[in-house]
Each structure stands twice: as C-alpha cells, then as structure tokens.
Design a protein around this ligand. Sequence first.
Ligand SMILES: Nc1ncnc2c1ncn2[C@@H]1O[C@H](COP(=O)(O)OP(=O)(O)OP(=O)(O)O)[C@@H](O)[C@H]1O
Ligand SMILES: [Mg+2]
Length: 258
Amino acid sequence: MALLEVRELGKAFGGVAAIADLSFAVPEGSIYAVIGPNGAGKTTLFNMLSGVYVPSDGAIEFDGSSLAGLEPHQVATRGISRTFQNLQIFFNMSVLENVMVGCHQRARSGLYRAALRLPGVVREEQQIRAWALEALEFCGLAHLAERPADALPYGELKRVEIARALAADPRLLLMDEPAAGLNDTETAELRELIRRIGARGVTVLLVEHNMGLVMQVSDTVLVLDYGSKLAEGTTTEIQNDPRVIAAYLGGEVQYAVQ
Ligand SMILES: Nc1ncnc2c1ncn2[C@@H]1O[C@H](COP(=O)(O)OP(=O)(O)OP(=O)(O)O)[C@@H](O)[C@H]1O
Ligand SMILES: [Mg+2]
C-alpha cells in the first residue's frame, strides 16, 4: 500500500510551472529517489509535501488522508519530517538542543503548560532529551551531544539535521540532497545511515544528485524533467532507459552502475 500518493500535482510561480501534472506513489517501507537536473522542481515538490508551499493543482495524500490546507507543523504531526538542501542549524545552540527542536511536535505540552512548569512538563523535557539522544546515537553523534553546533564541521552538521528529523519519529523522511558537500567517506557513511533508516521502518523520499548513492540505496527512482515525470522505475530500468540517458544521466551512467 502507498504511504504517500501524489496526484496530478502542479505548482506555478507567476506563469512558470515548476511542477506540472505530476503523479506518483511511494510504497510504505521503501526508499524512493527523485532525481533530475538543477531547476527540475525537486525542492518545490518537497516544499509542497511538507506544507511550505500550497499546490496550484492536484492532491497529496498521506496514509490515506489529504494534506490540503495543512501548515508545516501540522504536516509534521502527521508523520512527515525533512532535511534541507541548505543547512538549517541553530548555531547558537548545542547539538543536542538542535535535535530536541525536532521533538516538539511529538511532545504533548503546549507552550502554556511549559511556561507554568507543571510537573508533567519536567518529565516531558526529560522525555524529549531521551528521544533526541536516541536519534543522535542512531546517527553516530551521541559523543557530540553537548558540543556547540558551530564547533562541528559541515559533514557532521548534515548528520545533525538527519538526527533532528528522526527525533520527530516520522513515518516518512524527506531528504533534500543529503550528500551535497560530503567527501567520499562521509557519503559512504550516509549510504549506510539511509539503509539503516529504511531498516528501521521509516519510508524515505530521497532527492540527490549523487547517482552512485541513488543507485545503491533506492528501490524506485523517479526522474523529473522541467517539473514533469520523465521516467519511473527500478534503478536498473532507469539506468537503461534511453530517454533518461539522453535527457539527464548521459556520462553519469557509467559511474552509477559501478
Ligand atoms: N519561491 C519561488 N519563487 C519563484 N520561483 C521559484 C521558487 N522556488 C522555486 N522556483 C523555481 O522553480 C523551479 C524549480 O526549482 P527547484 O528549487 O524546485 O529545483 P530543484 O530541482 O530543487 O533544483 P536544484 O537541483 O538546483 O536544487 C526553478 O525554475 C526555480 O527558479
Ligand atoms: Mg533543490
């Protein structure tokens, strides 16, 4: 069964369609990649899925319910978390505090209860710390929990963002170019982390330019071109699709199949 279903989705900026008539379904438990050249509409798609942009057309269903009209925090509460193409880290906070931010949708107390410091709130704070530490542990970052975020190199900060998204306990994780700016060792570690996230039962929607990584971890690949679906299939089907090779993969295919 599909956890996420997108039907005839469209988004126009002024007169320009960034996404047009896009339909696809992501099966629960799968790792589903969306690839395509710069400007193809990948981040615009993520912004619609996470409630940042209101679609111009079409429908998004998550776990059988429409996401229409939901604000980003409401989408997060339904079970969708994301990481960002451009790092969104609070540099004046510790690594642990950055990850704790991801748990707020998961916690029950509102700001009002928190301000009154009701007994349950203190327990809840401890619960949030425990969730955040578990996510850091899962991402291999527990030893850095108390460090200030601005003391970490870029590759580790990308991982902190993944921990923050996981700390919300999502059913669907949207990852926007997680390998961008990583060296080969960090990219290999990321590949293992994505596999472990999948093994944990979290469905992953992966936007990525690194074809080696995409072909190694994905169950299904969707190719976007000028906001529309050019092709969709298994990694083998995509690597052998003449339209995809002509429009996009070109010389990268050789690298991808290694
Ligand atoms: N807020 C916006 N206002 C106007 N145009 C936008 C906006 N966001 C995106 N676009 C346009 O929509 C198109 C798709 O952009 P998008 O960022 O989704 O591409 P992308 O596939 O993520 O590219 P990249 O691989 O470079 O990250 C581009 O032409 C972009 O200029
Ligand atoms: Mg993008």
